[in-house]
Write a protein that binds this ligand. Structure first.
Ligand SMILES: *Cc1c(COP(=O)(O)O)cnc(C)c1O
Length: 207
């Protein structure tokens, strides 16, 4: 039950963690069901899927958790309160091209997961400096990571701890978007503030 997961996240995080419901390929009914059961944050991977939705509940806070295409950045900046996946300067430039307010932004870090996007821990400090310097109007809030699929969630604990360390070094009270259905309990133990959950809420994907 969604409300059970909401309650568990609340308890396990001591109130510091929230769920971002990953709604890719989910229907209006599934979104409504989530919102009725205490979900506030909804995460979208694709701008087009977001535009095609008939239900954009005003009480929901929308997060963009997919790849940022610079030609869609204006739509992202206008349609989403949060962006989790910044890792190129040209994306930052594109996000601040439209009118403010600009979305709260997290930088995606690649902690060794092979083909995924994100910056290496080594590249991260200089990137944060550049964004703060060149695009001070973009509100940088913290970091996001997407560790690889695993059968044993304990294997991702070190990655989550590492992300937290990196966040603490660069931000006051960093927002940390880490943990998915496979490993959210571990992520919360390591200080996650947003766990991004799809299948743990909705079951296996429709498409
Ligand atoms: C789909 C998705 C999730 C959720 O994955 P589940 O395994 O279904 O919980 C989290 N983060 C991102 C970026 C996603 O695309």
């Amino acid at each position: 039950m969604i409300s059970d997961v909401v309650a568990e996240v609340e308890t396990q995080s001591g109130g510091r963690g929230s769920i971002v419901a990953a709604v890719k390929h989910r229907t209006d009914e599934e979104l409504s069901w989530a919102l009725e059961n205490g979900i506030v944050h909804l995460g979208e991977n694709r701008v087009q899927e977001h535009k095609n939705r008939t239900l954009l509940p005003t009480q929901a806070v929308w997060h963009f958790i997919g790849r940022i295409q610079t030609n869609k950045a204006k739509l992202i900046a206008q349609g989403f309160s949060w962006v989790h996946s910044l890792f190129r300067l040209k994306e930052a430039a594109a996000l601040v091209k439209s009118e403010p307010p600009y979305p709260y932004t997290l930088i995606e870090v690649n902690l060794g997961e092979s083909s995924k996007g994100g910056l290496s821990p080594e590249e991260l400090p200089a990137f944060v400096d550049s964004v703060r310097d060149q695009y001070p109007e973009l509100p940088l809030k913290g970091l996001m990571a997407m560790p690889p699929p695993t059968k044993n969630p304990e294997t991702n604990r070190a990655s989550f701890a590492h992300l937290r360390q990196l966040g603490d070094a660069l931000f006051d009270a960093p927002v940390l978007s880490m943990g998915t259905s496979q490993d959210w309990q571990i992520a919360l133990q390591e200080g996650s503030t947003f766990v991004r959950l799809g299948t743990a809420l909705f079951g296996d994907r429709n498409g």
